[in-house]
Design a protein around this ligand. Structure first.
Ligand SMILES: *Cc1c(COP(=O)(O)O)cnc(C)c1O
Length: 387
């Protein structure tokens, strides 16, 4: 069993892929070819914003968004510490200081009620992360941001396709940034990403910064980066697009089936309650679904006591797992000193010790789902797995 199966998808779209790739090889416009604009138009319409700008990767997208907003040395940016390193990396790379605000234990996304106390005159933006494929609580975050005149950048690297109050992830805030890394819900066959906005000025800045700050050929209006996405990668996403809606429905039904089965077949399992955060876990816990959101399940993540033992036992049973993420960013060596240094993030630290992602993907077979749940059930019943 693979943690994420990309092969079945490839077989299903092989003809479209071959056709799309052959077209690019024939026209030869490997950089900024027609597929780039075609994809940008399609994705902007899907998200429901005026502009989509494809970029070299999600990380590059975050960097470009921050540059376009003019964020730099002396500025503070509020973000979640419970995320992939790139979120904070982009902030540090522009010379700003990340300010880590703890997350909500039930969503693993930034806790809105903790944001305001961290806003200072130096605060210039908020970057909520829509972790595991589920949007952060954007209405609350936008409300706080508006009160302080701050832009909000959604790190939507894991949540492209998800919805919040009917709106699409990437279009919920000032700017949305996603990633097309191969294992993301919409992934290409290399690095890629996109930045979304409804703000014309900002869109122009993002487009220019992506190509060396160029406003016309060899006219460099601002400092930029080499941040384009290849035509070939755009063509690959166009080939994948026809299957994407089906894939999201499949992810969602697999997640539902995981929930039902884990609840009924794994001894002591249940949905995590807020009151259980930062305490010893009595058994396997599922993150509850949030009413006004849909998730694209970039990961299906459970919480387990004795996580290391769980990883070992599942591996022995042939079940691959992953830990997203083993430490909050403010506890990472390079970032402990880059941050403002006075963050207290007990929920993130606790989650980092208990989260475990199990195999997930639109093509995860019924047999594989059963095998995963059966292994979790055996684990929960074993004496070595101290509950
Ligand atoms: C994957 C990811 C990124 C970075 O995307 P790349 O395309 O790999 O650069 C940023 N933030 C989060 C939350 C991610 O999961």
């Amino acid at each position: 069993m693979e943690f994420i199966d990309l092969r079945t998808q490839q077989v299903a779209i092989k003809d479209d892929l071959d056709h799309r790739i052959a077209k690019v090889l024939a026209h030869g416009q490997y950089i900024m070819g027609p597929e780039v604009l075609e994809l940008e138009k399609l994705l902007a319409d899907y998200v429901g914003v005026s502009d989509c700008v494809t970029v070299a990767s999600g990380t590059e997208g975050l960097l470009i968004a921050l540059m376009a907003l003019g964020i730099g040395p002396g500025d503070e940016v509020i973000t979640s510490p419970f995320t992939f390193i790139a979120t904070a990396e982009a902030i540090v790379l522009v010379g700003a200081t990340p300010v880590f605000v703890d997350v909500n234990p039930l969503t693993c996304n930034i806790e809105p009620s903790l944001i305001e106390q961290h806003i200072t005159p130096a605060t210039k933006a908020i970057i909520p992360v829509s972790l595991y494929g589920q949007p952060a609580d954007m209405r609350e975050i936008n409300r706080i941001a508006a009160r302080h005149g701050l832009p909000v950048i959604e790190d939507a690297a894991q949540s492209f396709g998800a919805t919040y109050n009917g709106g699409r992830s990437c279009g919920l805030t000032t700017v949305g940034v996603t990633s097309f890394f191969p294992s993301k819900p919409l992934g290409c066959y290399g690095d890629g990403g996109a930045v979304f906005t409804n703000d014309d000025e900002l869109a122009r800045a993002i487009r220019e910064i992506r190509i060396h700050g160029q406003s016309a050929r060899y006219v460099h209006t601002r400092v930029g980066v080499g941040g384009r996405m290849d035509t070939l990668q755009c063509a690959i996403l166009l080939a994948k697009w026809r299957r994407f809606d089906w894939e999201l429905r499949s992810r969602s039904s697999i997640a539902e089936s995981y929930r039902t089965r884990i609840n009924s077949e794994v001894m002591g399992a249940g949905e995590l309650a807020a009151s259980e955060a930062c305490r010893p876990l009595p058994g396997v816990r599922i993150l509850p679904s949030v009413l006004n959101c849909t998730s694209v399940y970039a990961q299906f993540t459970i919480l387990t006591p004795e996580r290391d033992e769980a990883v070992r036992q599942l591996k022995l049973a042939g079940i691959p797992t992953a830990v997203h993420y083993p430490a909050p960013i403010n506890e990472q060596p390079a970032y402990a000193s880059a941050s403002s240094g006075n963050e207290i993030t007990p929920v993130s630290s606790w989650l980092a010790k208990h989260v475990l992602s199990i195999p997930m993907g639109p093509d995860l077979s019924e047999d594989d789902q059963e095998a995963v749940v059966a292994s979790l059930a055996r684990l929960a019943a074993s004496p070595k797995f101290v509950l």
